[in-house]
Design a protein around this ligand. Structure first.
Ligand code: ATP
Ligand code: SF4
Length: 326
């Protein structure tokens, strides 16, 4: 396998609040390879956005990175200064977030915004820049006349496509999509995600795709990581996690989401609430909600157990599959 594009090792991020420290990311390790789509799913508050912001080093105060390492293209991102980070953002790593469609500048045209992004990072002749802007619009399925439109003249889906065009403007190696389609209806969401997938296959960038929609994530991603209470509960290929989820939380999530192709009969929710990260339960953080918890789960945190090649789960009861099970 290729050398990882992104390697997150034992990352810790804490929010220093008036009522104490909230450890939003606790000892998280993940890898992402060039050209791969890694999906991150988990309930609200499990730490998904904090992870994305920590990778890009755009964490809002009072969040601080208190441990671990983030390596991108062999460089230690946590050791870079602000000017080195500015040079990296957009050109090597870009991000589209849920509110990106509302973040467009309302007083200048879409074309001017794309040209501003191109000019800020690369010297380009005006004609070359304009042609690149038109190419970007075409890539995300928008007509040429969007170049002269203002944000308020576009639908939410069109604005989010502009956000994706901006993210791809400088040929990044990694695009972070943080709930990019959550505010859109399912048909527009599907079209946009299929478009991103097609572009990713054509242009070869890697994607970190964050969502709380497990079914959508399994459809779009090559590999997936399931977050619970600021930790990785399970990681594997989309196929492994869909067919043989090893962590009881993933099993619950899969039951809680209807499959993309219908079957609402499978819908069931996971009883209980996600853990508070200011004072998480001891042992396995899922134990208060886990239907198969044993005594050890209340006492010690489970290690990551390899259940199959490239498939791991943090559960005391996870067992390696025999080759015949694969
Ligand atoms: P969602 O799907 O709702 O966006 P998420 O999985 O992305 O949730 P984060 O937004 O990363 O989760 O938040 C992780 C945890 O960090 C939360 O449970 C909360 O306890 C804590 N947190 C997030 N933002 C702040 C903040 N500004 N101040 C204090 N704690 C915060
Ligand atoms: Fe359930 Fe125990 Fe596994 Fe946690 S370690 S998921 S509580 S069985």
């Amino acid at each position: 396998m290729s050398r990882p594009l992104l390697e997150v090792r034992n990352l810790r991020v804490e929010y220093a609040t008036a009522s104490g420290l909230v450890r939003a990311i606790d000892d998280v390790s993940l890898t992402l390879h060039p050209g791969e789509i890694l999906g991150i799913a988990g309930e609200s508050g499990s730490g998904k956005s904090t992870l994305a912001q920590a990778i890009l080093r755009v964490l809002p105060p009072p969040a601080i990175i208190t441990g671990g390492a983030v390596e991108f293209e062999g460089r230690d991102l946590l050791g870079l200064d602000e000017s080195e980070l500015r040079a990296l953002r957009w050109s090597r790593i870009s991000m589209v977030f849920q509110g990106a469609m509302d973040a467009l500048n309302p007083v200048i045209t879409v074309g001017e915004q794309i040209l501003d992004t191109l000019r800020a990072h690369a010297r380009m002749e005006p004609t070359v820049a304009r042609n690149r802007a038109l190419e970007l619009l075409r890539m995300v399925g928008l007509p040429n006349d969007c170049l002269s439109s203002h944000a308020h003249q576009l639908s939410g889906g069109m604005r989010q496509r502009v956000g994706i065009a901006l993210a791809l403007a400088l040929h990044p190696a990694l695009v972070i999509l943080d709930e990019p389609t959550t505010a859109l209806d399912v048909i527009v969401e599907r079209e946009i995600l299929e478009g991103v997938r097609a572009l990713q296959q054509k242009l070869g960038f890697a994607v970190l795709f964050i969502t709380h929609d497990l079914a959508r994530m399994l459809e779009v991603s090559d590999r997936v990581a399931i977050f619970y209470g600021g930790r990785v509960a399970e990681v594997g290929t989309a196929d492994q996690v869909r067919r043989s989820p090893a962590h009881p939380y993933t099993q619950g999530l899969l039951r809680a989401f209807p499959s993309l192709h219908g079957d609402p009969g499978r819908l069931a929710s996971i009883p209980g609430a996600p853990p508070t990260l200011r004072n998480p339960p001891p042992g396995c953080r899922f134990h208060p909600r886990c239907p198969v918890a044993v005594e050890a789960c209340r006492i010690s945190a489970p290690p990551m157990i390899e259940v199959a090649p490239s498939h791991r789960a943090a559960c005391h009861l996870a067992a390696s599959e025999s080759p015949g099970d694969r």
